[in-house]
Write a protein that binds this ligand. Sequence first.
Ligand code: SF4
Length: 545
Amino acid sequence: VASLISPRDLGLPEKFPAWRPGQYESIEAACTSETKFVSNNAPTGSGKSVFAAGCSSLLSTRTVILTSTKNLQDQYSDDFETMGICDMRGRQNYDCVERKHASCSEGRILGCKSSGCPYIADRNKFIDAPLGVTNYSYFLSSILHANTSKRKKSEDGGDREPESGGLGQIGLLICDEAHNIPSEVCSVIEIKIDHSKNQDIYNELNIRPPYRQALPVWREWAIKAATPVAQHLEAMKRAEDAAKRGISRVHKLASDLARLASVSNDWILDEFSSLGDTIVTPLWPTEHTHKLLFSQAERVFFISASAVPKTYSILGVPDESLLSLKQKYTFNPNRNPVYLFGPSRIDSKSSDGQLAEWIGRMDSLIDRREDRKGIIHTVSYPKQKFISTHSVHRDIILAPRADALARILRQFRESPPPCVLASPAVTTGYDFPYNFCEYQIISKVPFIDSRPPIMAARNESDPEYLPYLTAQTLVQTCGRGMRAEDDQCENFILDQHANWFLRPPEPPGKRGGRKGGYLHLCPDWFQLLIRYPRGQPLPPPALSV
Ligand code: SF4
């Protein structure tokens, strides 16, 4: 069938002249399935964007594609421009046409009365377009806002605004980077109050937050503080320079307080995950994921390189409603091996001698690879500092702090070899194809801290949750340097904790004996890449520049 129907027949752009192996079969299986949900667990290089656009064409239904990053949104927009894909971004990207020096987000807070402006026009185009792309954050907050508006409207019995959000009927919702859905939903529904930003409001209105108190005490505080903050917001709206004076910040605090005032006791209060912030979030975002995402479309297709069955169980997708498609790993695994090559377990108990041996192993890997560039994933900034000061290669190591990352990344990309980037911040969302990076050193298994209340509560509710997050980070990290069939990137995990962590699970009935066994939390294609070398692997010839 694949030879009879070409990408052109489905209206795909000329730059996709032929199907990759198994690509059309996946599109057909997804579109003819009777299940509401389809997961396409597609490794890098399997052509996931063509899968998305192909499904949209074959089903001939209004399709919205969701992405986590601006880069991926741009890529969809560029790749499928000839198909008329409509790219939609949030209100903060528009200047308000009614008010000088205000964005559309600020204009809405100040009382938007217009129904004819660029934001509304673009949103209407997006709703009418057969194929659209946007990001999770805009999509989820539009639905959340539309639901709140609808509720208020029915309570008030009238129209509140010329438009009330919402993004229209959707036939097919494609959730790219589906492994990110829980965190995307959480970041939209959770209440996160940044106290350092609000200090002047607290002082002016005399509403000091009850730091380190239990959730009911915070709720009481929110109930009391809501009125003065709402009055302050109304007064600000009357000022000429409201946008300049930071009305968005006051509006956010007012809406956080309104939500906090009615939050139920089973939400988790966390003042430890992010210093200076108070976060209140549900134990699991499942119910909200269904309301804000899955109920918005007739069919929902997931695409992800790192999703595993556990991902869909966290999302609350019932097995019987899900068709799982697996794509073959089309790259040569020997071009992207993952070597478990740790000299010892690296943690707070590591001795000075073990740390010296660990640094020595990094150094000898770099010694043999001075004709190419590589990355050391350091897991934390203290470890970044330790590595970049103790390595004999410190002169060629770029070790940016968080605020200098963008600049140093540019420098790393432009530098000739030898050059090494040491950072804890590029495990996901950044690609380093071809000679931008030909080896990666994962200095330590990126275990998730179980001490913050949110993680502790989720860990108690599901003991495989934190290992799942660790496995996702490992898989995503190892994928940074291998982006195409003719690319190459060696990966070295220099922490013996990986040996028990990446062991296959014990057979049922035998569980509980040995520690670890979380290989099943990594996708099948990743499992093919794992190697246990006896000695130090020799590098392949470097790619030509
Ligand atoms: S929708 Fe309202 S707030 Fe936004 S740009 Fe238009 S007039 Fe301004």
